[in-house]
Design a protein around this ligand. Structure first.
Ligand code: ADP
Ligand code: MG
Length: 315
């Protein structure tokens, strides 16, 4: 297989995937969203890129991702980074991925699933639509609506950036004056206000890693001093035996976003009720691999190789 991986420079994930790919005889190339070039013209439609690393060596050679003759240089494009950017950049990158997928190259995760998972509102709405328990959530743009939502949610809310990750920018607010000031500031920044009822939890959440409709394993992320239990916020990862209910929730949650590889976050309140709070379509696995002893990169490469992952329908 020729595997193109969209990954940031020096990333642990690229190294890990490269190791697993090369050990299985696959060619592995690192690409960057910022170095994609899409051409539309008399020669048809092409997308090229600069190879930044290829089979263990640094390079800057151009490579065709999508050829005008419909030929592609890669069997699969793995998306291992979703760098923040302007709305224009993000939309263009997603469109380019969708064109590559439409031409018949497997893109993992699929552009549609990435689009869904990156958007907390869309994800939460879809989770709820298939009957999964989610925290009460209100999304709005105006500070007055946000204040009404704050009251409705019991004056103890978590405010999240709509497109955030790793716990960044997430705050808990229970003071009305602070809530009002926060909403006003966010409204001036033209932000979408995504509010959730605060789930009173015991300081841990459960991350379940799903790979193509199967649970790979689970870990607990415990954080004694921060309600945000992200490992990137120094939570401690512990091995967790995934229960049958957690398996059911995680598989349904991954399925509803369409992600082949997904990190599903589950949060328990003090009464033991379980909520699905997030589906991450570009999940990290450094802490997960260390905690569970599972070689996730190898599993992912083997899954791609066995061709089990469905192709993105053309269109
Ligand atoms: P991110 O994409 O930034 O990881 P999450 O929605 O997963 O955003 O939230 C990050 C962390 O914040 C979660 O892992 C959890 O510990 C905590 N958290 C999220 N939502 C709530 C909530 N409604 N109530 C209490 N804690 C929450
Ligand atoms: Mg999360």
């Amino acid at each position: 297989m020729k595997i193109g991986i969209l990954a940031s420079e020096g990333s642990w994930y690229y190294r890990d995937l490269e190791r697993a790919a090369l050990a299985r005889g696959h060619a592995c190339t690192r690409l960057d969203f910022e170095r994609l070039v899409a051409r539309v013209g008399s020669a048809g439609e092409t997308i090229s890129a600069t190879q930044l690393e290829h089979c263990g060596a640094q390079t800057t050679l151009p490579v065709t991702v999508l050829g005008g003759d419909g030929l592609a240089s890669f069997d699969v494009i793995l998306v291992r980074t979703m760098p923040p950017g302007t709305l224009e950049q993000v939309v263009y990158r997603m469109d380019a991925l969708a064109r590559i997928a439409a031409a018949g190259t497997r893109v993992v995760n699929s552009p549609k699933s990435l689009e869904c998972a990156v958007d907390k509102y869309l994800t939460t709405a879809r989770l709820r639509a298939v009957g999964l328990p989610v925290p009460e959530t209100i999304v709005c743009e105006h500070e007055d609506d946000a204040m009404a939502a704050f009251e409705e949610l019991g004056r103890d809310v978590v405010i999240k950036p709509l497109f955030g990750a790793e716990g960044r920018g997430i705050v808990r607010v229970s003071d009305p004056d602070l809530a009002h000031r926060t909403f006003r500031t966010l409204m001036r920044l033209n932000a979408v206000l995504y509010l959730q009822r605060y789930i009173d939890h015991e300081g841990f959440d459960v991350r379940v890693l799903v790979l193509h409709d199967r649970v790979v394993g689970g870990m607990r992320r415990r954080s004694p001093h921060d309600f945000r239990t992200n490992v990137s916020r120094s939570a401690i990862a512990e091995l967790h035996e995934v229960t049958s209910i957690e398996t059911d929730y995680a598989l349904r949650a991954a399925n509803v976003t369409g992600a082949d590889i997904a990190g599903v976050d589950l949060l328990y309140d003090r009464q033991g009720r379980c909520y699905v709070i997030e589906v991450n379509a570009v999940p990290g696995w450094q802490a997960f691999a260390k905690t569970t002893g599972i070689d996730v990169a190898a599993r992912l490469i083997e899954e791609l190789q066995s061709g089990l992952m469905p192709e993105e329908p053309g269109g």
